[in-house]
Design a protein around this ligand. Structure first.
Ligand code: ADP
Ligand code: MG
Length: 689
């Protein structure tokens, strides 16, 4: 493999034209390397052929049937329908195709075919709509293999992605192995090339798991190496920005309408000790959703400002950054805080506003800079940055942290996360990072009431939302998709908004929010929701992290079975933030028992730690792909809980490698070094770095 092939524009691949290239661009894919790094979302298993009597209702089954009786072709308006019965010795299934008149030639009475598709029970018999048809030998060639399913955008088909990925592999050739043989042998890891190929086109479930394990190991190894190298340069750094306690903070604490919880107080004490101590602060605040981490960030930023320095707060989304900015401004005004001067800097600002913000920052007119990763762009020059706070930092983007920290000299770092990482793992992953746990929710909150329901409950749910809105409350409805056509059977925000407007009285304001909207439009919607100008917000998971609108009391999640449990927990955490009773409605559209069991965990517990534990217990290795955990440390394939043995192994190996070769200058570590220091050399973009 060469760097050149991977940087080759996909437009040069066979079958990728201008139009397809544009669609790929929407998915962030420009080069062959991007394509190879575009892992499937999940996989379809070409399951064994079963008897007609053994099919499972609601699932994809494969059967081998002979067409019996007549094949009927009908036209209904502009639809051509082909329908027939087909059977084996054990039973009969009714099969229907739409708009596929070309099939008439092969569908002759008495002929036998393999059919693969979703089976539905209709009264006393089973039906299959639009099953895929195979010749027996053709199917035997692929049985037990798995077909990738990629994240798509409208107009881009799964087949098109598959073809392009195959093309990219052909053009890239094989990939150089970079792990030493001892390591490969010790953990029985699959070779690098084979793993990359099998993550896209696994020969079987076992191959997929082995490929995933190998790539997970790589992620952990590189992650730990990067951290260790970073730490080496930071080891024993002296505190260049010593701070003293400030009276304004104490006054604010006295005037706030609530008292800090004991756990918040402890976290705040830890921080104060850090920033006034000998060394530089490197602290993680871990606290479940709603435990009150924001105010801790504010106190730290206020202290920094009052000590004459600048501090920055980095949020993962523009929506959250804007919310922090608004709420800080409100508090600053309300409590007449004189020393802190906030500014918002995100990609959503106009060029002019951005320039102005940058000027204010570099000239030191502002001292509390709130934003997204626009904060780490080169154009921002801080005057005297002393503190960086990262909110909802599940990813612990080392790359980002390093880059932002690089803006100032040895700045204090405070990371805040709702993700419960077991302490032992946190120590392996973060070494000397200090951790404060906020294990207590503010008092006076009523536990959220949960229910898991089916689609027939929708009218009741709408009525419930209407009642809550009439009582002055607000509601969120979450759909997995933005617009139609991305996935069958999955609700999308665009159509759902219309549907809900029709279902609710016209004086109830329903609006939508999703990631493809312009940043300024997103901000407007969020602000309007915070102002209560919007009653019901239909949204994708863009509101998942951090959003705080305490007046919202209903969270309804469509296709709840499609989300990971940690993600559901994050979503649910958007309600239950005020004094009123809050409710979470999980709408389960799947018939599978497994989905029911998973959602049942949500039903029973409101505790993030418990949910993470249970989730891990219930998930098998094969599920790791289907249910990506958005809230977890965001490795691409690795899962710190499931793969905790690999995390430990990789941490040990990283230390061993660095002991022998502290700067990774030996030739055998050349590829690893490249992977760590040059972004595009490797197809696998190490998101966690
Ligand atoms: P998270 O930890 O999820 O970031 P937030 O910081 O957004 O939580 O806090 C959630 C809500 O709880 C906010 O409305 C905040 O004002 C409120 N809050 C924070 N600390 C306390 C406290 N000690 N007592 C009562 N309410 C609090
Ligand atoms: Mg928060």
């Amino acid at each position: 493999m060469g760097k050149r092939e991977l940087e080759e524009n996909i437009i040069n691949l066979k079958g990728v034209g201008d139009k397809t290239a544009k669609l790929f661009e929407k998915c962030g894919i420009r080069t062959c390397g991007d394509l190879i790094g575009y892992y499937p979302r999940t996989y379809d298993l070409f399951n064994e052929i079963v008897n007609a009597s053994d099919v499972i209702n609601g699932e994809v089954n494969t059967v081998r049937l002979t067409i019996i009786g007549n094949v009927v072709k009908r036209r209904v308006r502009n639809l051509t329908i082909i329908a027939f019965d087909a059977a084996d010795q054990t039973g009969k299934i009714k099969i229907t195709y739409f708009n596929a008149p070309y099939l008439m030639n092969s569908l002759k009475s008495g002929t036998t075919h393999v059919f693969r598709g979703q089976v539905q029970r209709k009264g006393s018999f089973f039906t299959m709509n639009q099953p895929k048809m195979y010749k027996l030998d053709e199917y035997m060639g692929i049985v037990r293999s798995m077909q990738p399913r990629y994240p798509l955008v409208k107009g881009l088909t799964n087949t098109a992605v598959m073809k392009a990925v195959k093309g990219a592999f052909t053009s890239a050739g094989s990939f150089e192995e970079f792990l030493p043989k001892e390591i490969l042998d010790k953990y029985e890891l699959m070779g690098y090339s084979e793993a990359l190929y099998n993550i896209h086109f696994p020969k079987s479930r076992e191959y997929l798991e082995n490929a995933r394990r190998r790539l997970a190991y790589d992620e952990f190894l590189l992650f730990v190496l990067k951290l260790r190298l970073l730490k080496n340069t930071q080891e024993d750094l002296k505190n260049s920005f010593p701070m003293i306690e400030v009276s304004e903070v104490n006054r604010l604490l006295e005037q706030l309408p609530y008292k800090l919880t004991k756990a918040q107080q402890n976290a705040w004490e830890d921080i104060k000790n850090d920033i006034s101590g000998e060394g530089v602060m490197n602290r993680l605040i871990q606290g479940d959703v709603g435990s009150g981490k924001t105010v801790i960030a504010l106190l730290t930023l206020l202290t920094t400002a009052a000590n004459g320095y600048q501090g920055a707060l980095m949020a993962p989304t523009e929506v959250l950054a804007a919310q922090h900015y608004e709420s800080f401004k409100e508090i600053i005004q309300k409590y007449n805080l004189k020393s802190i001067k906030p500014v918002l800097l995100t990609g959503a600002l106009s060029a002019k506003d951005k320039k102005e913000a940058q000027r204010q920052i570099s000239e030191g007119e502002v001292n509390c800079i709130i934003g997204t990763n626009a904060l780490i762009q080169e154009k921002v020059n801080y005057k005297n940055l002393a503190l960086v706070v990262t909110d909802e930092q599940h990813r612990f983007g080392v790359r980002q942290r390093e880059s932002l920290a690089g803006k100032g000299e040895n700045v204090h770092v405070l990371a805040m996360s709702a993700t419960p990482i077991p302490r032992t793992l946190a120590i392996i992953l973060y070494g000397d990072l200090h951790i404060s746990v906020i294990d207590e929710l503010p008092g006076g909150r009523l536990p959220i009431k949960n229910c898991v329901v089916g689609t027939d409950y929708r009218p009741t749910a709408y009525k419930f939302i209407k009642d809550q809105v009439e009582k002055g409350r607000q509601a969120y409805v979450i759909c997995p998709m933005v617009e139609e056509g991305e996935l069958d059977g999955v609700e999308n925000v665009t159509d759902y908004t219309d549907k809900l407007r029709a279902a609710l009285p016209s004086d109830i304001q329903v609006e939508m929010l999703h990631g493809r909207m312009k940043p300024s439009a997103k901000d407007e919607i969020m602000e309007a929701f915070a102002r209560k100008d919007i009653d019901v917000l239909v949204s994708t998971t863009v509101i998942e992290v951090g959003i705080n609108v305490p007046n919202a009391t209903v969270m309804m999640i469509e296709n709840a079975e499609r989300f990971g449990l940690s993600q559901l927990h994050q979503l649910r955490g958007r309600v239950g933030r005020g004094k009123e009773q809050s409710y979470c409605i999980f709408l389960n559209t799947s018939e599978s028992d497994e989905a029911k069991q998973r959602l049942d965990i949500m039903n029973k517990s409101n505790d993030g730690f418990k949910i993470a534990e249970e989730d891990l217990r219930q998930r098998g290795p094969g599920d790791l792909f289907g249910v990506r955990q958005s809230g977890d440390l965001n490795f691409r394939v690795g899962d710190i809980y499931h793969d905790s043995d690999l995390v430990k192994a990789a941490a040990m190996d990283a230390d061993k490698i660095l002991l022998e070769d502290p700067d990774l200058t030996k030739p055998q570590h050349g590829v690893i070094r490249d992977m760590l220091y040059t972004k595009s050399v490797n197809p696998v973009d190490l998101m966690a770095l």
